[in-house]
Write a protein that binds this ligand. Structure first.
Ligand code: AOF
Ligand code: ZN
Length: 379
């Protein structure tokens, strides 16, 4: 079920390959990974752009500004992009207008944007006389962001789960001590992520045992200007003097043990990317409920032999039910050294080809894209 790829020139295919590869440099989260290439009428790749995460320039705008920096005239060029250009004024945008303003006369994109406020860029471009085609590399572009598409369809935040553990998967020693299993470099990486997400989530147990602040801080302990909402889920009360409450009004108690309900509450408050930090009950609950899109594990070369395991029961009793995660090359790669630690980056096991092809969203996207496989407008 892919669009007829013979409708595209080898240069357009190659540009889409470049755009898909460029997209991978961005971080996963509230926004999809998107890459864009500007092609000359002769098929030369003039400029490449990608999206660096929520709040930063969209891929199309990034490619256009890259072209400007190089003094390249974009009038009459083709934009090849992995996602339908947006139509809305969000934190940036709209890309459809930026494309028109740059005099780009043809747009080839892979997959429709299902996100209501942003969708509709193709229509806007066509009615302005820009030639628009879609469906090239549809399956690869869908797979690139399959977790994001899932989150959008389910109207829940994108979920990153973070585990800081020893080589033998312990997050605390027998006596409860857990500071600091990870290296300073891993801690800094984690605080960098905290500055990008909308909310950080822990269980009441973690608050009672560790009394964490859950703020995003630099190496000197200074607060970043952008701070996540600090969410605590669970039925127990959060003590009045708990550090997580802070004084900035960004604390929220979610009185539930149900991960889907907690995500629904956060989504209702505008949260589009949440990082689940622990402890082991919360980590296991989210993983067991298949509500994790991205997994980041900081693994220290340390052994404890006993202590708190990172995970409890995931409801798996036989190997055939095991969760098979995929290594994720996006946003800096699947495996990195951070100081003395290994940083492992993985994607959810939901996206096996079978489940993607059968997902309601994919079904709704494919016919739309193939129906849109026509040429309109043109100057
Ligand atoms: C594009 N190009 O590179 C991306 C798009 O609020 P904003 O401005 O961050 O917009 C976010 C929405 O825009 C996001 O949910 C998705 O629908 C679309 N993302 N669109 O044209 C891009 N990242
Ligand atoms: Zn855009």
């Amino acid at each position: 079920m892919t669009a007829d790829t013979t409708l595209y020139t080898p240069a357009e295919h190659a540009a889409m390959d470049t755009a898909l590869a460029a997209a991978l440099a961005g971080p996963r989260g509230a926004n999809p990974l998107v890459g864009a290439v500007i092609l000359s009428p002769g098929g030369e790749q003039l400029a490449t752009g990608y999206h660096r995460g929520a709040g930063t320039a969209h891929a199309e705008a990034d490619a256009i500004s890259e072209a400007r920096k190089q003094g390249i005239d974009t009038v009459g060029t083709t934009m090849v992009v992995t996602l339908e250009p947006c139509n809305h004024v969000g934190r940036t945008g709209p890309c459809a207008q930026a494309i028109m303003a740059a005099g780009i006369s043809k747009v080839i994109y892979a997959v429709d944007d299902p996100h209501d406020p942003a969708a509709g860029g193709a229509r806007t471009l066509r009615s302005a006389g820009v030639e628009v085609r879609s469906g090239l590399a549809l399956d690869r572009a869908f797979d690139l962001n399959r977790d994001w598409f899932d989150a959008v369809a389910a109207k829940r935040p994108f979920v990153t789960l973070h585990i800081a553990q020893t080589l033998d998967s312990r997050i605390a020693a027998d006596d409860g001590t857990s500071q600091w299993i990870s290296s300073p470099e891993s801690l800094a990486d984690n605080h960098g992520l905290r500055g990008l997400i909308d909310a950080i989530l822990v269980g009441t147990g973690t608050v009672l045992i560790d009394n964490p602040r859950l703020t995003a801080r630099d190496a000197e302990g200074e607060l970043f200007s952008r701070q996540p909402v600090r969410a605590v889920m669970g039925l127990r009360d959060v003590p009045e003097d708990a550090a997580v409450r802070g004084a900035d009004g960004r604390f929220v108690h979610l009185p539930t043990r149900d991960p889907a309900e907690a995500l629904g509450m956060l989504f209702g408050q505008g949260v589009r990317h949440v990082m689940v930090e622990g402890g082991s009950s919360i980590l296991s609950t989210f993983l067991g409920a298949h509500l994790v899109d991205e997994l980041i594990v900081y693994m220290a070369p340390t052994l404890l032999g006993s202590g708190t395991p990172a995970l409890h029961d995931l409801g798996i009793t036989t190997l055939k039910d095991a969760q098979h995660w995929s290594w994720d090359d996006a946003g800096g790669g699947a495996v990195r050294m951070l100081g003395n630690d290994l940083r492992l980056h993985l994607r959810s096991p939901r996206g096996t080809v079978g489940t993607i092809k059968n997902s309601a969203l994919h079904k709704s996207l494919v016919p739309r894209s193939e129906a849109a496989e026509h040429v309109t407008g043109g100057h």
